[in-house]
Design a protein around this ligand. Structure first.
Ligand SMILES: Nc1ncnc2c1ncn2[C@@H]1O[C@H](COP(=O)(O)OP(=O)(O)OP(=O)(O)O)[C@@H](O)[C@H]1O
Ligand SMILES: [Mg+2]
Length: 302
């Protein structure tokens, strides 16, 4: 049996599947139409993240075609979906991982779509044998969903004799055995993640998806600020917008390693909302428009 993409027409991909005896043409939706709309919709509130969205569409395309192939009696090839996320604070790693649990559930790729977040203390025990047991228990709990291990390098903290190594070995064994209905995501800051992968050769190649969450530029941070304000039904005044933009330029120029990207912006907006409330209550009157507007004085940028 041979599968061949014949071409695109009216937003559909025509695929020819040739059997010994017959030729059938299957029409399926193309990447920019229907099945992928759900993915675009789920990621609509995220600024940027192009590579991520593209990867998820590929996963879904693979899943849909695999289902078709199964119907045709062709070999069923399961996808390995484990991921590595590298990015500085506040670049969206945890938020995206949570979202993926939902999306994969909606796509029928994960049976439960729950999200389990674990850190070193959840996996590593205090005596021999305890770590493997603890780690296995967490993996068991995460079956059907996503297991998200933040600051994954903390597992390698104590070197060869540390029980963290046992956790890594247990995870590696299980990610090979159980890749059908389970997605493992290891996340952390880029430099530390790269070091961790260097000291654990063989680990990186087990992750088909390695995603870099880049620091945001000023334009993106401003877009995130506007979206965050919109979601809460607030607007930035022109003066506030101008002040925030200048402030962010300054912040990014300082290149402080712990600048927390979109989380920083979220904190600024949330604090401005509180300060606006205090300002309005201190006035003798305010209009409906005032209730929505965040002014420069509400931002209090340092
Ligand atoms: N691209 C984006 N568009 C809109 N909002 C974003 C984006 N990236 C991050 N955010 C928001 O920024 C906040 C921080 O994101 P999140 O906690 O996922 O970052 P993180 O990478 O996990 O950070 P840390 O490394 O500190 O754990 C969240 O409120 C999230 O919704
Ligand atoms: Mg996080």
């Amino acid at each position: 049996m041979v599968a061949q993409v014949q071409g695109y027409k009216n937003g559909k991909i025509n695929i020819i599947l040739q059997d010994r005896s017959k030729t059938e043409t299957h029409s399926v939706q193309s990447i920019d139409s229907s099945p992928f709309k759900h993915i675009d919709h789920e990621f609509a509130s995220f600024v940027g993240m192009k590579t991520l969205k593209k990867s998820i569409k590929e996963v879904y395309a693979n899943y849909l075609i695999n289902e078709k192939r199964k119907d045709m009696g062709l070999r069923d090839s399961k996808q390995v979906l484990h991921m590595l996320f590298k990015g500085n604070p506040g670049t969206g790693k945890t938020t995206v991982a949570r979202k993926l649990a939902k999306i994969y559930y909606d796509m029928n790729i994960l049976s439960k779509g729950h999200f389990i977040e674990a850190e070193r203390a959840d996996l590593v025990g205090e005596y021999i044998g305890q770590t493997a047991q603890k780690t296995r228990a967490i993996i068991q709990k995460a079956m059907g969903g996503i297991l998200f291990i933040d600051e994954a390098y903390s597992l390698a903290r104590g070197g060869e004799k540390d029980f963290g190594k046992e956790a890594i070995d247990t995870i590696v064994k299980h990610m090979e055995d159980n890749h059908d209905d389970f997605v493992l995501i290891l996340a952390g800051y880029p430099y530390e993640m790269d070091r961790f992968l260097t000291f654990n050769p063989g680990l990186e190649s087990r992750f088909p998806f390695i995603l870099d969450f880049d620091d945001y530029e000023v334009g993106q941070l401003m877009e995130i600020a506007h979206r965050m304000a919109d979601e809460r039904e607030y607007k930035l005044s022109r003066e506030a917008e101008w002040e925030l933009r200048n402030h962010l330029f300054k912040k990014l120029n300082e290149k402080t390693r712990n600048f927390s990207n979109a989380r920083y912006v979220r904190n600024v907006i949330e604090r401005a909302i509180r300060l606006q409330a205090v300002r309005l209550l201190s006035q003798s009157s305010y209009t409906n428009k005032d209730l929505v507007l965040l002014t420069g004085s509400d931002l209090q940028l340092e």
